[in-house]
Design a protein. Structure first.
Length: 329
């Protein structure tokens, strides 16, 4: 039988930023809230069926790095993409966005295309502490999560609309999809595609990702194996009996998979506790998640930032508050 478990309120954006639109938000590897905010009077417009506002073609924004009451602001001026991913990188930040069409017909997707004929969006941008661009490069379309680690690597997971034009030695690029998960250096270059290192694993969608201090864990759809790796490569691929998850906390052999569903108009957030035993991940119990005051969540769980034994969540529509689950608490 599932037990009730209350989340902790981890952090809230300061009230002085309440008039600004939150475009992107995350928890970095130091546990700090990181957010991209902008003044909606610049011409932001509602997106049908979503709570977000879409910025104009060019806009100014501010990256906030919040450590308790201390907030560091990084001005980011004249942005030209709708950046929905953010994380810290060194003393600055990195942003991610969707890609524009590559500028060639779909009939050519099955053949190598000269690179100069492709219009590839530099949709990963690295900024320093003064807001100056340090790197801008193409990272493929369909980024689901953007996460950096303590070693300065950039990890991007992808959903089922992902695509990437890979570079060939002859100056052409070839189209591919089902990327799953990639690791980048902080100045771009060719990525390490995890899917190419795990040919036995289907990467239709990277449903759950945990970027810890020394290890990264991922659960790709549709089979949800637990893929363990570090910046140098794959360490293990373990069959997993938990086949519904969209968030993950990892502490040694102990695992906590976040699952959610809607039943009779109510939202249920659930942690499926599991244990890694030999060559399998086995479920051993469940916890129903409650908000700190004992109420059930009133919307979908968003954010789902996993780092080692912690998982941070947001309630749908509230991008200003982060709640924390600790696997050993």
């Amino acid at each position: 039988m599932a037990t009730d478990r209350r989340l902790a309120l981890h952090a809230t954006l300061p009230d002085r930023y309440s008039h600004l639109e939150v475009i992107a938000s995350t928890i970095d590897h130091l546990g700090r809230v990181v957010a991209l905010v902008a003044d909606p009077v610049q011409g932001f417009v509602p997106v049908p069926h979503f709570s977000e506002l879409c910025p104009p073609p060019r806009y100014d924004a501010t990256a906030l790095i919040c450590h308790g009451a201390e907030v560091r602001e990084i001005p980011l001026n004249n942005l030209d993409l709708w950046f929905t991913g953010i994380d810290t990188l060194g003393d600055g930040v990195v942003l991610s966005a969707r890609c524009d069409p590559p500028g060639v017909s779909h009939e050519r997707y099955g053949e190598p295309v000269p690179e100069h004929e492709l219009h590839l969006t530099a949709n990963l941008r690295v900024f320093d502490s003064r807001g100056q661009t340090q790197a801008a490069f193409y990272a493929g379309d369909g980024i689901e999560q953007l996460v950096t680690d303590p070693h300065g690597y950039i990890w991007t997971s992808y959903f089922d609309e992902s695509s990437y034009w890979s570079a060939n030695p002859d100056g052409t690029r070839s189209y591919g999809f089902m990327i799953g998960l990639a690791r980048w250096d902080n100045n771009g270059g060719e990525p390490r595609m995890v899917s190419s290192d795990t040919p036995e694993v289907a990467w239709c969608d990277c449903y759950a990702l945990n970027v810890g201090r020394e290890r990264v864990h991922a659960c790709p759809y549709p089979d949800f194996p637990l893929v363990q790796l570090d910046p140098n490569g794959i360490r293990a691929v373990t069959p997993n009996t938990v086949t519904r998850c969209s968030g993950l906390a990892v502490a040694g052999s102990e695992l906590a998979f976040f699952d959610q569903r809607r039943t009779d108009g109510e939202f249920l957030w659930e942690i499926r506790r599991a244990h890694r035993e030999g060559q399998a991940v086995l479920e051993k119990g469940r916890e129903h998640l409650m908000l700190p005051d004992g109420r059930r969540p009133s919307g979908w769980g968003r954010g789902k930032v996993g780092r080692d034994g912690m998982l941070w969540l947001q309630v749908d529509g509230d991008a200003r508050r982060w709640y924390r689950y600790e696997i050993d608490a």
